[in-house]
Design a binder for this molecule. Structure first.
Ligand code: NAP
Ligand code: GLV
Length: 313
């Protein structure tokens, strides 16, 4: 029996995925045929390896899929396809976790140390009074305590920060104050000198950070968003920065990407923009996750990292 796999990720990454998928499936004794680009007979495909940066933007021709395996952690786009009629697995990739942990730790430290203020100093401006408090006195809140939020929380605890996480359901992470549900949101925001947003985009998280919720942050707080742009109301963020309530924002994701050149975020002195590069999926490790899920499908075992369409993540 031959398993039919179609790679619909970023075409540039196919040469790196191909050997991992071919070797991995062969090692499991699985015979597979691989396609990429436009599928000749989409109705024959069983496993669709998908990324928003790939060629497939409509699942309707793929009528007999066993699994859609996303190469991205966030599945907000593909979940909206009404033709999705099979299980959808999202990507949980050790290299992506490492990359996101580095991004979050790096930018938390940047805001904590006040690095941008020193970078903007005029010649002779000797800012010796701008000493940061010890990390133990800096409160970091993380909205989202899933795979990426938890890894970031653990790293920040190791650096000595005072960390609070917020999630939908209760969590327990050593040395972290874990809050959840509607009731936990205000407490988390009030305890966030630096706020990291690590939530998926769902109907519940859309515009979660608007004027009312951003106002719950302490005066001088900074916001770091490497999750999805729709979680923040752009105008509310600008208003809170312009009023001085917030000291800065680091944004990796936006409602429209690439962020249009005329968007006011570009010219704001207190916003640092990174172009959706916080962390990427690495074919060498992510390919193994794809292989494992196909192996599971072939042997009738439950898939890993399944998305719950009701929850939206
Ligand atoms: P995850 O493991 O699914 O974690 C999501 C977390 O958000 C969970 O803790 C979940 O709570 C919480 N959550 C969801 N809806 C909530 C709500 N309404 N109220 C409170 N908490 C809620 O996802 P992940 O792997 O950490 O990734 C998070 C997001 O990061 C992805 O969806 C993607 O959009 C983004 N991302 C961005 C990049 C980039 O390069 N910029 C890279 C990778 C991922 P429970 O634990 O209670 O379910
Ligand atoms: C990137 O944004 C991802 O969701 O993997």
């Amino acid at each position: 029996m031959t398993v039919r796999v179609h790679y619909a990720g970023n075409p540039a990454d196919w040469p790196r995925y191909r050997p991992v998928l071919e070797t991995g499936l062969r090692e499991h004794g699985i015979n597979a045929s691989f396609g990429t680009g436009d599928a000749d007979r989409p109705e024959d495909i069983e496993y669709l390896v998908y990324a928003p940066s790939g060629p497939v933007n409509d699942l309707s021709p793929f009528r007999n899929l066993v699994l859609v395996q996303s190469l991205w952690a966030g599945v907000d786009g593909i979940l909206r396809d009404p033709a999705l009629n099979c299980p959808l697995a999202r990507m949980v990739d050790p290299s992506m976790i490492q990359g996101m942990t580095e991004y979050i730790a790096g930018h938390v430290l940047r805001h904590h140390l006040g690095t941008d203020r020193f970078a903007k100093a005029r010649p002779g401006e000797w800012l010796s009074g701008l000493l940061p408090p010890p990390a133990s006195k800096r409160r970091v809140g993380i909205l989202g305590a899933g795979v990426l939020g938890t890894a970031a929380a653990n790293a920040l605890v190791k650096l000595g920060f005072d960390v609070t996480t917020w999630s939908r359901t209760p969590k327990s992470i050593p040395h972290v104050r874990c809050l959840h549900g509607e009731a936990g949101l205000a407490d988390t925001l009030q305890a966030s000198d630096i706020l990291v947003i690590m939530l998926p985009q769902t109907p519940e998280t859309d515009n979660l950070l608007e004027l009312r919720t951003l106002s719950m942050l302490p005066v001088g707080a900074a916001v770091i968003n490497p999750s999805r742009g729709w979680v923040i109301d752009d105008d509310a963020l600008l208003e809170k920065l312009n009023s001085g309530h917030l000291s800065g924002a680091t944004l990796d994701v936006f409602r429209v990407e690439p962020l249009p050149a005329r968007h006011p975020f570009w010219s704001h002195p207190d916003i640092l923009i990174t172009p959706h590069v916080a962390s990427e999926t690495h074919p060498e490790s992510a390919g193994k996750v794809v292989v494992e899920n196909i192996r599971r499908g072939v042997s009738g075992e439950p898939f890993l990292h399944l998305v719950d369409p009701e929850r939206g993540y």
